[in-house]
Design a protein around this ligand. Sequence first.
Ligand SMILES: CC(C)(COP(=O)(O)OP(=O)(O)OC[C@H]1O[C@@H](n2cnc3c(N)ncnc32)[C@H](O)[C@@H]1OP(=O)(O)O)[C@@H](O)C(=O)NCCC(=O)NCCS
Length: 153
Amino acid sequence: MQNSEEQNFRIRRLEITDKRKGFIELLQQLTVCDSVSEKDFEDRFREVDSLGDDHVIGVIEDEVAGKIIATGCVFVEKKFIRNCGKVGHIEDVVVDSSARGKQLGKKVVEFLTDHARSVGCYKVILDCTVKNTVFYEKCGFKQKDVQMAMYFG
Ligand SMILES: CC(C)(COP(=O)(O)OP(=O)(O)OC[C@H]1O[C@@H](n2cnc3c(N)ncnc32)[C@H](O)[C@@H]1OP(=O)(O)O)[C@@H](O)C(=O)NCCC(=O)NCCS
């Protein structure tokens, strides 16, 4: 069997069994993310899954270790402008700290942008910290405008 280093990592959609493979722990490397109960995970998974191609969560699994090591999501906004155009929004991109620098982040972002293009979005956008701008530039993005935010808690 291959070891973790020799794997040809593929990207696929999130599956309900991925909670057991450390999906939530991976998100905890991104931001505040409390543990999620089995029921809450299942409910949210089914809700997202029912949106089909309008909300896609991609993951890369280290199949040797049985662990999710990279993820990101894209959801599709339906607009009236631009001839009832669609915009893809990329969120929650994270690579496990032990697997960074191996082009996995880029693979995740490419998967998400390819998806947005394939469902007819005229653009795909995301927010990021200043320190991640070089990463996203390497993924083909350009810096534009500024982000405004209002948090409710
Ligand atoms: C940002 C993050 C997703 C990058 O993932 P990664 O798998 O390490 O990145 P990749 O190996 O795919 O890098 C692709 C390219 O971007 C470059 N890059 C990646 N992170 C970079 C950084 N912080 N600064 C400068 N360049 C960076 C790489 O050197 C590589 O360049 P190359 O193609 O010329 O070799 C990862 O570091 C991470 O999960 N960080 C913590 C969570 C986070 O900040 N997520 C983003 C939320 S907006």
